[in-house]
Design a protein. Sequence first.
Length: 280
Amino acid sequence: MQSNVGSRRLQTKGPMLPLVSPGGAFSGYFIKVETIDFAGHQIEVKRKAFQKRLGVSVYPNGRIRVSSNKSLSQREIIKFLEANRQWLEKSFAHAQELKKKYPPKRFRSGEDFPYLGGDYKLQIHQGPRTSLRFASDEILFQSPVPEEEFTDAMRRQYFQSFRDSYKQVAKQIMQQRIQFYAQQMQLFPKAVKFRGQKTIWGSCSPENNISLNYKLIVAPIQVVDYVLIHELAHIRHKDHSKAFWSLVEQFTPHRQFSRDWLREYAFKADFLGKRSELND
């Protein structure tokens, strides 16, 4: 069993109803996608032959998806949505609030980017080669071409270079800190890998391989440390028992603050993903 620190709420899962499987046998794994109109929303219906429950999810970008089996009629699906209209509208409104709170980054001088719990202003300067440096309250990005001469394609290219450099800084910081806490706790992972997971901040496998999400670089350092300590503690305890939490709290007093921060501000890191979860 893989242990992981609290998952990010990437989608809001709504009410579900059990479905009676249609008679007969299906060949293969049937999937059909269609769209229906409901209350001003375009709703995607994904049908699977062996779907056992009728459910609806609202995603951060406002997309709404219904999961159903092959045989359920659109009339029955709309009846289900009507019964849950209040929840649906509330969840959709929350998704719209997220999009407003975290607008897409444009990669322009003067724009704020989160780094270790603070907001840093991006300053783009011309220089001999592409580079990234964090100053006291600024992120200094150097490019061979002055910003006023950026084409749209160049801005996308440099933004990707900027994100790649951000990730490298994240890996360096977290690698140093997990080595420090491994020594403090005398718990040593077999390997440490960095990924950009959509749903998990960190995990520890049964073989004691630790995976960390480089998007943690946007969080305050005590939150980063909490995730590292959490995963190191799983080397000794593969569950979330009292003994596990006791070990975690020996090395960080920021458990509740960190959990609350990760739940509330997860989408600060949206710009670091391969695709935006809010705006794509």
